[in-house]
Design a protein around this ligand. Structure first.
Ligand code: WAQ
Ligand code: MG
Ligand code: MG
Ligand code: MG
Length: 247
């Protein structure tokens, strides 16, 4: 298998101040490499956040025996009528998952004021303290994807969910939910037209919430809430290096 990842920015590379447009990662067999590269380049070029002038594509071989195979998290959807109701619901779920009110407030404030975040922010689930020191780069989960059989089976069972965006987010949330020290994840997109987000963890699965921001808003991102006893280095090493294939 090969890990393929893309990041795109406008106004130069991210590290030189470019505005984040799009990112993506997947794990595919050799036979699908070229098709996958084309899809990721199209994703970068046809993006609602802007006109990318920097696109980086990275391809790395992954040893078959290093793959961790996981079943996708169970998906549920909570329909809400407004952003206020959506964020209230997200907060209630996160509290049930073990995140403190204070950490939830800090996480939501970060997402609603971040328009150029490329990865996730890691917060202590009790104190809300930010644990990674990566600024707008954040921590990116990589080396993950659907097995072909897994995707065929899942999309036949849940045809109403089978969009590339949801399938991609479910891979990420499933990998993240199995990370050591992970308590819960909160996500909404930074794409202006996409307002559905989710909260997730290993026990309760992937809970979609239909409105977590207003249309037109370019703020968004991901928060990984972790436990008090977290060893940050092994948490990040799992996210960046462990290869995960969904079954
Ligand atoms: N690792 C960590 N953080 C990431 C990654 C990654 N691999 N990819 C994206 N992010 C962060 C980054 O800050 C992005 O700006 C932010 O998440 C949003 O990414 O209906 O489309 O790809 O069930 O815009 C979720 C709901 C959609 C789907 C999420 O996010 C549904 C989405 P986007
Ligand atoms: Mg993106
Ligand atoms: Mg994405
Ligand atoms: Mg985006």
């Amino acid at each position: 298998m090969y890990s393929v990842r893309m990041r795109a920015a406008e106004g130069g590379p991210h590290e030189q101040g470019g505005f984040h447009i799009s990112g993506g990662e997947t794990l595919v067999p050799k036979a699908l490499l070229e098709e996958t590269a084309r899809t990721l380049i199209q994703k970068a070029l046809k993006h609602s956040r802007g006109d990318a002038d920097f696109i980086q594509l990275t391809i790395e071989k992954v040893a078959e025996e290093e793959l961790l195979r996981l079943a996708p998290l169970a998906v549920s959807t909570v329909a809400v009528k407004s952003v206020e109701e959506g964020r209230l619901q997200a907060g209630e779920y996160l509290q049930r998952f073990g995140v403190s009110e204070k950490a939830i407030a800090i996480g939501m404030n970060l997402l609603q004021s971040s328009s150029n975040l490329r990865g996730a922010v890691v917060l202590n689930a009790r104190s809300g303290e930010r644990l990674d020191h990566r600024g707008m780069r954040g921590v990116r989960a990589t080396r993950m994807g659907w097995s072909r059989e897994g995707y065929v089976r899942w999309s036949a069972m849940y045809p109403e969910l089978a969009s590339p965006r949801i399938a991609e987010a479910l891979v990420l949330a499933t990998k993240v939910a199995h990370a050591p020290f992970l308590v819960a994840e909160l996500c909404w997109s930074d794409d202006p037209e996409y307002v559905t987000g989710y909260v997730s963890n290993r026990e309760k699965g992937y809970v979609r919430i239909t409105h977590l921001k207003e249309k037109g808003d370019m703020n968004g991102g991901r928060i990984f809430f972790v436990s008090d006893d977290s060893e940050l280095e092994s948490f990040i090493a799992y996210l960046e290096q462990k290869s995960v294939l969904l079954l």
